[in-house]
Design a protein around this ligand. Sequence first.
Ligand SMILES: Nc1ncnc2c1ncn2[C@@H]1O[C@H](COP(=O)(O)OP(=O)(O)OP(=O)(O)O)[C@@H](O)[C@H]1O
Ligand SMILES: [Mg+2]
Length: 202
Amino acid sequence: MQVKLKQKPIFIVLDGIDGCGSTTHSKMLKGCLESEGLKVCLTKEPTDSEIGKLLRVYLKNKEIPPTTDALLFAADRDLHYHSEIKKKLDEGCIVISDRYIESSIIYQSVSSTDISVNWVKLINKFAGKPDITIILDIDPRISLKRKIDLDLEKFEEMSFLKKVRTLYINRAKEEGYHLINSDEIIELVQENIQRIVNDRLK
Ligand SMILES: Nc1ncnc2c1ncn2[C@@H]1O[C@H](COP(=O)(O)OP(=O)(O)OP(=O)(O)O)[C@@H](O)[C@H]1O
Ligand SMILES: [Mg+2]
């Protein structure tokens, strides 16, 4: 018999390289948890705040210094956590965020030798930590082909994404994040994500 899942205020993050499937799987996970009768809030980064909107413009502009990007991502996240994520958790909801701090740690530190992992952690220190971080791992040659949007952002280059992928894998091992192979059929990847989440909701 299937075990009934309990409503618990847990904060789940799906993260990984561009086109890894974080948006697809965040939505599918929300649908699955809701079908179990659970209250779920789905959110994403960059957010739709004014800072998030500015970030989306800057992501197309190679003239913006990586340090500026890092500070704006941190500001967007700080606001995101305090104005949305924390409130939803306090109401007892499960929160799923499509990308979070790990994206900043990895993308910003790979973008510039001036930026250390520790500095990115420091500027993000007031944003609450997720309970579960799931990294969707895939070769960038495959993930970029999946993307129909040809208006690529500045991070979406093969050599850069190879470094990004390596750092995601290394940090997942260091931090004990769940690392899932996203180069499988969507249903199978989602099943593996649900297994991790359901384990926490029993
Ligand atoms: N396992 C999979 N097999 C085949 N196609 C997939 C798989 N997972 C996702 N896709 C497809 O790949 C594309 C990119 O997926 P998605 O938008 O979820 O990725 P993302 O990580 O959110 O990308 P972005 O970095 O642009 O936000 C979508 O068209 C999606 O349907
Ligand atoms: Mg996405």
